[in-house]
Design a protein. Structure first.
Length: 258
């Protein structure tokens, strides 16, 4: 299994699939591993060499109990690109992966060809936070109830009524507690607002209109802050729009990357 070694000697596990001369890196959400993309990954494998990775703290990557941050995660992605000897790639990040992708496009602009930011936020005081009711639903002591609440935030009732899973977007079940805390802090502390205008990569911002987990109001904030960015809202979609609404989202992103 391939691993990349970061500047601070953390082993990051990654996987490569698909075909094509161009590389597309898919970045998963908070406290999730590369399997976040298991359903939607096939939308891109026909045209791209697709790279997915396990964030530090998840999957088969190392899980150090040290500071995690979205800017540091961007450095981990660069380590994977270096391991693959890829100088420049398309980058598609969703949720926390979209936060990381922002820093990747800011700090490592030469490595990013085209940028897709899905269901994400600029963070900081300018980002729109989820409401108190959403936070309470996820903090329930009853683990089963909290999981159901998360599923409702990710998918519409109609989708859940006809799909039994397995669901690969609900968190890495094997993460140690310290890594979960570190991921939560990394996502919560993200703030790329001041740096967003420096992004030069052509950028597409995608969001579901019914996303309250990462509120849809963040999408126009990002699109308005990044020069020349294009905004696409998917009506009726919640946080996992890329999976439930893949018939819309997949072709939309492919058209942009082409």
């Amino acid at each position: 299994m391939p691993y990349a070694l970061t500047a601070d000697d953390v082993a990051i596990h990654y996987a490569v699939s698909g075909r094509g001369d161009r590389t597309l890196v898919l970045l998963a959400g908070q406290a999730n591993n590369r399997h976040w993309w298991d359903v939607a990954r096939g939308d891109f494998e026909g045209e791209f060499r697709v790279v997915t990775l396990d964030w530090r703290g998840t999957g088969e990557s190392d899980k150090p109990d040290s500071d995690y941050g979205t800017r540091g995660f961007a450095g981990d992605v660069v380590a994977v690109l270096d391991s693959l000897r890829v100088e420049r790639a398309h980058v598609y990040g969703t949720s926390m992966g979209g936060r990381v992708a922002q820093w990747l496009a800011v700090d490592h602009a030469a490595r990013v060809e085209r940028l897709v930011l899905g269901c994400t936020s600029p963070g900081g005081v300018h980002g729109v936070e989820r409401g108190a009711a959403v936070r309470r639903s996820l903090a329930q002591r009853d683990a089963a109830a909290a999981r159901r609440a998360l599923m409702d935030l990710m998918y519409t009732p109609a989708w859940l009524a006809t799909h039994d899973g397995p669901f690969t977007t609900l968190g890495d079940p094997d993460m140690p507690p310290h890594a979960r805390r570190r991921h939560l802090a990394a996502s919560a502390e993200h703030d790329c607002w001041d740096a967003l205008p420096s992004i030069t990569a052509p950028t597409l911002v995608v969001h579901g209109t019914e996303d309250v987990f990462n509120p849809a109001a963040n999408a126009p904030l990002l699109a308005g802050r990044i020069p020349g960015a294009r905004l696409e809202l998917i009506p009726g979609a919640r946080h996992a729009y890329f999976e439930e609404f893949r018939a819309v989202a997949g072709p939309l992103v492919l058209e942009f990357l082409r």
